[in-house]
Design a protein around this ligand. Sequence first.
Ligand code: OOG
Ligand code: NI
Length: 268
Amino acid sequence: MANNTNLTTYMNTMWNDYVQMNPQAQKIHNLFTHAGEHVINDHIALRTFKHPKLGLQSLAQHFLKYGYKESEQEYFFTEKKLYARHYEHPEGYPKIFISELELDKVSPFIRETIDNCINQMNPDVVNHENFVFSGKHWVTNHQTYLKLAAESEYASWVYAYGFRPNHFTVSINHLRNFNDIHRLNSFIKQNDFKLNSSGGEIKGTPAELLEQSSTMAAEIQVQFGDGIYAIPGCYYEFAKRYPMTNGQLYQGFIAKSADKIFESTNKS
Ligand code: OOG
Ligand code: NI
């Protein structure tokens, strides 16, 4: 089995890919560091399409080999046509949240567009260890991106970026001075970052054992087959977990909250 030195390196590589593409995340991370905080990640999220060659299992396999275990919880997002699972590591590495767009439920336009993308992929890349941050494997154009976004913002995001971390999440529990999500949100806004307010800035409650907030993804310049266009990139999330009756912190996700968190990559 792959060892933990390798897992740490793997995580760092994903982080570097994420911040290189999304300066917003690095800036927020630096704000915390300069305030004397040591930032620990709660989870990392990935996106894909439900397809025999490419479902969430194709991403999950790269974490299972490092000792991650699939949680029994399943998350359904009927309206967005998404399904998700999460993975936990026994030694407390960040959880991995993986979702997939149910291609069997979307319009023929999305299904055909994405099938065409998948046909351009070398089927072997899925098994390459860097697959989870390998980007896109197809030719894109901006008009198709816009048309996908009109029906499914999620479809357009994966079309434009391919496979890479969608967000990292700061564990609020591990912060010393920003241990309260209201205080943390004020700090983020004071520094001119926009929070996702869909369903309220704070998703979830202490009674639900998980409170979450996230930035709105800033626009970044992306190379399409027909030119460079500015579109929303990745966002940064903040999560605070509460203890269950057994005293252990809740480790799952909440579909009702996640449903709104997905909208952090919407055009704002
Ligand atoms: C995932 C959204 C859900 C959470 O923590 O509930 C989520 C995504 O945007 O891909 O990250
Ligand atoms: Ni998340």
